[in-house]
Write a protein that binds this ligand. Structure first.
Ligand code: GBH
Length: 496
């Protein structure tokens, strides 16, 4: 028998103007990622990923010295996660597969029985509840064995990834119809090699990031083509990659051009090769890096070129655009001595720009997080303008707090204001097909450890059982999902 309770929560509503329903086929989901929730880092035949190694080697690089060794214990408690997804009324649940759990050697000669069973059970349990599994293949947890061979800087990585993708498609493709190959190459290439603040912790600014970028594009394209040729005919699913984008806008009128160039670095490097008509690197960025490299006395550009064959191979390898949006920045040309601010474009030195924010953008908990809901609508419009009238699935959006309590009016407000922008974008004619809340349950927030909370559900990390309890935002989100509308009363009731 279900434990029922009724919660009445007041929250600030804007003027309710009506007509705030989502299109009938619009889907709502929530997301997590393997390393951030699963724990069980060394059970059965699972091998270590680069995150397992990184947190051991550099514990001081995680703000609270914590790790994902146990995380939410979702490897053992996945049934509770499925129940939460079901209580929220989600149409889909986005999770990622740990490469090292499914294929411990990194190569397809080892497919773990326990790994296979874990993901099969999770997928089947979701489907039983009528929840669609949306599966990310790579959410930053490369097998350490492949890192030892150079990881994302070794051109062979695209083949290693393609082999992994084929195994996953063949094992789960009968039931999984939406696949994300790579989550946010801008983070696992730009952040990793320009700051070393994420696994594997290797600093190679201006070089490693671009090698990784190229190989990530090829890895994605290989996986997409394998799906297209070998699996689409029988399973008829969709494949794309998730791009995390900060909306960038000019600090003032003089900065319009540099801002558009910056967008080509922020978005174009991971999208132009795939989504543009001509393919390849964004020409403006290719030119800038080539000129800089020459000045630096290099015989070749630090940005490895694509061959024409590679351009054609990568171009068009998408079925939709997957967007992760959190925050925005303003752009201006850097003056002599300006330090390029912290994340996200530490490698932006190739552009000599300075990123900042407008004074009126409110700050969320963590250093990089400023709130600008209109940025989401503008980013969606920009994507349509540049890559055409394609389907866009928002694969992440959510709010960080340090506050652990269940009463989270700021998070409710964040969701409400961003969902309003999604509705406006749909009115603008952008084909937004769905929205994913990051994240369903509090989890390991990478270098921020367990300090930043993003969860609709709070997790008690002191509790060996990792008790899960719904926040006000969970009640709000489930009301929106179930009414398929933002016209939920300023007092809403819901049972979770
Ligand atoms: C997404 O990344 C990820 O997909 C998800 O796993 C993550 O939990 C979520 O968003 C929230 O962060 O301290 O300079 O290394 C979004 C980008 C990645 C932004 C980590 C902040 C840390 C910056 N986030 N990054 S730094």
């Amino acid at each position: 028998m279900c434990w029922l309770r009724t919660v009445v929560i007041s929250f600030i509503v804007g003027t309710v103007v009506g007509g705030r329903d989502f299109p009938p086929d619009f889907k709502f989901g929530a997301a997590t990622a393997a390393y951030q929730v699963e724990g069980a880092w060394n059970v059965s035949d699972k091998s270590p990923s680069i995150w397992d190694s990184y947190i051991r080697r550099y514990p001081e690089r995680i703000i609270d010295g914590s790790s994902g060794d146990v995380a939410c214990d979702s490897y053992n408690q996945w049934r509770k996660d499925v129940e939460i997804a079901s209580n929220l009324g989600l149409h889909f649940y986005r999770f990622s597969i740990a490469w090292t759990r499914l294929m411990p050697s990194g190569f397809p000669n080892t497919v773990s029985e326990d790994g296979k069973k874990f993901y099969n059970d999770l997928i089947d349990a979701l489907l039983e509840k009528g929840i669609e599994p949306v599966v990310t293949l790579y959410h930053w947890d490369l097998p350490q064995s492949l890192q030892d061979l150079g990881g994302w800087t070794n051109p062979l990585v695209s083949d290693w990834f393609a082999d992994y993708a084929r195994i996953a498609f063949s094992l789960f493709g009968d039931r999984v119809k939406t696949w994300i190959t790579l989550n946010e190459p801008i983070i696992f290439c730009e952040i990793v090699y320009n700051t070393a603040m994420h696994a594997p912790g290797i600093l190679s600014a201006g070089v490693g990031n671009y090698l990784c970028n190229k190989h990530a594009m090829l890895a994605h394209a290989k996986a997409w083509r394998i799906y297209d040729e070998e699996f689409r005919p029988k399973y008829n699913g969709k494949v794309s990659l998730s791009n995390q984008i900060l909306w960038l806008e000019p600090e003032n009128e003089n900065d319009v051009e540099i801002t558009e160039t910056s967008r080509q670095l922020m978005v174009g490097m991971f999208s132009h090769p795939i989504f543009s008509k001509e393919g390849g690197w964004p020409p403006v960025i290719e030119k800038i890096i080539a000129e800089k490299s020459k000045k630096e006395g290099l015989s070749k550009s630090r940005l490895p070129p694509f061959t024409q064959e590679e351009i054609d191979f990568v171009k068009g390898t998408y079925d939709f655009f997957a967007l992760n949006y959190y925050t925005s920045r303003t752009v201006k040309k850097a003056k002599e001595g300006d330090r390029i601010g912290p994340w996200p474009m530490n490698g932006a030195s190739d552009l000599d720009i300075h990123l900042t924010v407008r004074p009126e953008w409110k700050h969320a908990a963590t250093s990089w997080f400023y709130i600008y809901p209109e940025g989401l609508r503008r980013q969606l419009a920009w994507l349509k303008e540049h890559y055409g009238d394609i389907e866009i699935l928002i694969t992440e959006n959510g709010y960080a707090s340090y506050d652990i309590s269940e009463d989270d009016p700021d998070r409710v407000q964040y969701y409400k204001e961003h969902l309003e922008q999604v509705l406006l974008a749909i009115e603008d004619g952008v084909k937004v097909s769905g929205y994913t809340a990051w994240t369903m349950i509090d989890n390991f927030e990478w270098s921020d450890g367990y300090r930043s909370k993003f969860g609709l559900y709070k997790i008690d990390f002191e509790d060996p059982l990792r008790k899960r309890s719904p926040r006000a935002s969970a009640h709000y989100y489930s009301s929106v999902v179930k009414s398929h509308s933002l016209d939920v009363d300023n007092k809403f009731t819901d049972e979770l």
